[in-house]
Design a protein around this ligand. Sequence first.
Ligand SMILES: [Zn+2]
Length: 261
Amino acid sequence: MFGIVPKPLWERRMPPDERNRIQLGMRCLLVEHPSGLVLIDTGAGNKENEKFYDIYGVENAGNPGPTKLEDGLRALGARPEDVSLVIDTHLHFDHAGGNTTRGADGGVVATFPKARYVVQQGEYEYATHTNERTAGSYFAHNFVPLAQDDRFDFVIGECEILQGIRVIPTPGHTPHHQGILLESDGERAFYIADLAPTSAHLPLAWIMGYDVEPLVTLETKRQILKRAVQEDWLVVFEHDASVAWSRIAFDGKTYGLASTV
Ligand SMILES: [Zn+2]
């Protein structure tokens, strides 16, 4: 998760377990929009095998489920059929795995039966043309059944999806990764996804080994974090196990949480 950052540095911030794994969240964001409920990213879903769950230590089984995502919706008084729009930042398994669900008959169905799904067109193409390096992150059952069912609205570049909900290309982690900028009552929040998966990734050089274009990530971060400070964005961290969101500050040298820089 920390790329070239030496372990003696990152383990002080995130102590690993005996198998070198760190605690991460999979934080999806639900937006109450006048047009309906909008869900940003969908977590890891429930379709993988035991080996997969063991390797990554995924704890996503719901009670009653199927996953913690549906439990979370239920706690807010919402059902999967109430979600009218799903926006995927990108199609890696830990972001788009909950797009689809394995039904009782073993078949794969859309988790949100009445929703349209939005993703960058380039990301879909990238996800369906994998190579040896990228294949481990893209599982076709998370998105191909949706395309076959004509549930995707593919977008290209920056665009306003709904009033106050704008997708902004943030390339580097994948070439067509996108962040989501939310505006409401004069305030802005930004779902930064894997551009800075945790608050520990705010320093510009703290870039994941998973990123396919790390130097592109660097320039995207430089640009986006500058805006985050200037425009006082509330940045939402998808993978941070403890910090859900924060304003960002720059101390002249590095970026960090507004409260700690
Ligand atoms: Zn990713």
